[in-house]
Design a protein. Sequence first.
Length: 306
Amino acid sequence: MTSRQASLDPYLLHVLCLLIAERSVSRTALRLHQSQPAISAALRKLRETFDDPLLVREKGGMVPTERALQLLPDAEAALAALDKLTRPPAAFSPFDSRQRFRLGAPDYLAPVFMTNAVARFCREAPQAQLEIQSLGPEFDVESALAEGELDVVIGNWPEPPERMHLSMLLEDEIVCLVSSRHPLARRGMSRDQYLAARHVVPLPYSMSQRGLIDSQLASLREHRHAVVEVQSFTLAPYLLPDSDLVFTTSRHFARFYANLLPLSILPAPIDFPPMRFYQLWHERSHQAPPQRWLRRLLGEAGRQVQ
């Protein structure tokens, strides 16, 4: 790029287009609310840049040169492209959107939350699509958010990724879920009975982090007796009715399945911290109106569960 080409800016392009349209320095100055000397100076710069007179005097006024007429379509297209680049984004309307939103969520999330969130999504954005992708130990959450493969991830890891934005969705008490015929179903469970019990335990969702329950037990230098390990949280409650197994989970999750199956909810005899569920997102989508709407919707769904 030459120094003359580098001096071209949107203002000069705008002057060029008006000069060709008006064929007059004075009329161009009036339209731009500028002085004639200012427009004459701009015309001189344009002539230097394109090495062409661009406008030449003719009887009764000025006429554009062939070079000027060749430049006009490209100049108008360049100005239109710049206007599009600098124009504020159109207001986002969920009701009219046909966008596909992608949510990553583990299956240990309280079903009532997801039911609520999906109902809200369908009501507010009836033409949009929602893809809910399950998370596993091999899933790279940070990369998926950074690359735009997911818009939001819901998690409850004790140590969420530091580089992500985070907001709380809901907080839940940890309880024990057992068969209604379990020997301890009526009288409750002591700490020693809990540690000696036979547990159904989900496999970890992250290779780098322990779950909240195992992290707390490790801090107390305690260990539960895991008899059955399952990949899916949603399978665990169905293993309880005809067994002496104990499943430790959040109260909202336990309540949902206790209403479906012959199960009882017992207070956890260990002092577990509350289970906190939050949503994570990347800086790339922090200001995007569609993703902001989705995060607001998820936040409202979480507050309704409380």
